[in-house]
Design a protein around this ligand. Structure first.
Ligand code: ATP
Length: 594
């Protein structure tokens, strides 16, 4: 798998720049139009200045000037309306296009992502990148392109206008800006740490809430009073304690900042009066500075929201980076592995981050053979199944098909060679047939029926309201665990792969169904190389080879007779099962007689 190493600490700005490719002209257009709208917003202030001048110096000429000013005002309003309207149109258009493009890229990379990499990602984390992070980016670009740039440009233009009127009055108005900033900065130390803590507390609370909601039915059974989930209570407590602390810390700084920003009169009034008394500025200039100064910094409050959103957006971009860095592995010539297939594990070692699981496992599954993997819980059986299926890659040793390492196979080629059915069954929306034909959409009705018959699912599908055309959604929770599992097994059989891995895929089946399934599997698909992980032996004692895995190593292998001689674990398992079966028969017989 090619995942850029840089992706671990990717530069979010570079990524943002790359994602906006092809839409930058539109965003630049939105910015230009915003600037035009901000300029149009200044026209009323210029007119106000002229009006004040006339009012003070020549009030009799005011009436004659009014119609012209009204036309200017109307024109400026129209221009502002058009410029803002077009700017929002462009920014939204660009943002939606970037959203769609980013999602398309993420989804296509994920579709090409190697199975082992996908297996290591949580579905929640992937959902956050593909859904929430992209949506947040869209909202940010659509709104902040116009609003944040207007909030920055408006004070700049207002300041330029003040300087045009009088530089000293302008400085008196603008001086409160740095003062407000200094006041706010005094409360800033520790805010980054608070921000990190808050993010962590929010994530922990979200996880606890999801766990609580998921486990609510169990909670209802065991603790109807709802007192049995201390984790959520603890997380809620931590969250509100932290939120309270951050609020107490930030509110004084924020209040000082907003109060000082509106306190321009403190300086401009005495300075203006002093300059006026000295005859250096007119009353109109002082009045204009007072009026314009009242709103000069107000837009900056919006910019603070922009800065609050930026870290979130950049964090989202950093989460997307590893997905976007996935590049398809180089295409190797297909068809290097042809059926029938021999599966070989050579000295395979595998360690999960938590602990080592396989400590040198070697297996050989000859072409067309039927193999069973048994062992106590936690021995590593599912890990072996996932390694054979190419979902995991061993840290040492090799898993190969006809001598070709599974890890080196093209994704498409691997999918055409190995099918995996596990206990966890995922049926996606669509009909039962769509689910069955996932790997082979062109499967014939005959192949479909054969797979269903072998998977012991024929009667089940026939009993559905519309047979295999029944939509899964229509069934809701009607399918039991065992029924879903049978559909999944039929899907794996229908894939037509020469290697079939069944990881406890018959766990829900009763002993008779399991027996019938394995018998039919051997009879109908004798050419397939099968590895079945199982807990129960029903129907498996006739397997070509049985492997016993204990604590990450194969402790015995061979046929039933050999294992009965050589493996204490196998013997005890077999006796226990024989005992269970006798007991079941006896109790069945008693029931029949009674
Ligand atoms: N994704 C994972 N991350 C960390 N540890 C894991 C992971 N999957 C499995 N393990 C651990 O590896 C060990 C072997 O797990 P595995 O599922 O392969 O065993 P198993 O023999 O199939 O067990 P069982 O019969 O109970 O299903 C277990 O201790 C398990 O907790």
């Amino acid at each position: 798998m090619n995942v850029n190493v840089e992706a671990d600490r990717p530069d979010a700005r570079c990524l943002l720049f790359a994602l906006t490719k092809g839409r930058r002209a539109m965003l630049a257009g939105a910015l230009a139009l915003t600037a035009l709208a901000v300029l149009a917003e200044l026209v009323p202030f210029v007119l106000l200045y002229r009006a004040l001048e006339r009012l003070i110096e020549a009030p009799q000429t005011l009436a004659a000037a009014l119609p012209g000013w009204a036309a200017w005002l109307g024109g400026a309003l129209l221009l502002k309306y058009l410029a803002y309207g077009l700017a929002y149109l462009l920014s939204h258009h660009a943002a939606y296009a970037i959203q769609a493009g980013t999602r398309r890229q993420l989804v296509s990379r994920l579709a090409r992502a190697p199975l082992p990499w996908l297996h290591g990602q949580g579905s929640g984390a992937l959902k956050q990148s593909v859904v929430q992070d992209v949506e947040r980016l869209e909202a940010f670009l659509a709104h902040h392109t116009v609003e944040a740039s207007a909030a920055v440009l408006a004070p700049l233009c207002a300041a330029a206008l003040l300087f045009w009127v009088d530089a000293r009055l302008a400085l008196a108005v603008l001086a409160v800006g740095p003062l407000a900033l200094l006041g706010a900065l005094a409360f800033l130390p520790g805010s980054r740490r608070d921000h990190d803590l808050f993010n962590r507390a929010t994530a922990a609370l979200n996880n606890a809430t999801v766990e609580f909601l998921r486990n609510m039915p169990v909670m209802k059974v065991f603790c109807p009073a709802g007192t049995g989930f201390p984790l959520l209570r603890g997380r809620l407590h931590d969250y509100y304690r932290l939120a309270g602390r951050i609020t107490r810390r930030t509110v004084p700084g924020w209040a000082l900042f907003t109060s000082l920003l509106g306190a321009h009169l403190l300086l401009v009034l005495p300075v203006g009066a002093w300059l006026h008394v000295r005859g250096e500025v007119g009353a109109a200039q002082v009045a204009f500075a007072v009026l314009l100064g009242a709103g000069v910094f107000r837009p900056l409050l919006k910019v603070s929201r922009f800065f609050m959103d930026v870290p979130e957006i950049f964090a989202g971009l950093r989460r997307m980076a590893p997905i976007l860095a996935i590049s398809p592995p180089p295409r190797l010539p297909a068809g290097r592995v042809a059926a029938p297939v021999e599966v070989r594990l050579a000295e395979v070692r595998f360690t999960y981050p938590s602990r080592p699981v396989l400590r040198g496992v070697s297996l050989c599954l000859p072409p067309g053979s039927f193999n069973v993997l048994l062992g106590p819980s936690g021995a590593g059986k599912s890990t072996v199944a996932r390694l054979v299926a190419g979902v995991l890659v061993p840290q040492a040793g090799e898993v190969s098909l006809n001598g070709e390492p599974v890890a080196a196979l093209d994704e498409g080629e691997r999918a055409g060679l190995i099918a995996l059915a596990t206990q966890e069954v995922f049926l996606f929306s669509g009909s039962i047939r769509d689910n069955l034909c996932l790997a082979r959409p062109d499967a014939s009705a005959g192949a479909l029926r054969r797979a269903l018959r072998v998977a012991q699912a024929e009667a089940l599908v026939e009993g559905l309201p519309r047979g295999w055309d029944t939509p899964v959604r229509e069934l809701g929770t009607r399918l039991s665990g065992g029924e879903r599992q049978r559909i999944a097994v039929a899907r794996a059989l229908l894939a037509g792969t020469p290697v079939l891995v069944l990881d406890e895929a018959t766990a829900f089946a009763d002993s008779l169904t399991q027996r019938a399934f394995f018998r039919a599997l051997r009879a109908e698909y004798p050419e397939r190389t099968v590895l079945a992980v199982a807990h129960r032996l029903h129907g498996l004692e006739r397997a070509d080879r049985i492997f016993v895995l204990e604590q990450g190593v194969v402790t015995a292998s061979g046929d039933h007779a050999r294992l009965m001689r050589e493996s204490a674990y196998y013997r005890s398992m077999w006796r226990l099962e024989a005992l269970n079966e006798q007991w079941a028969l006896a109790s069945g017989g008693e029931a029949a007689h009674g």
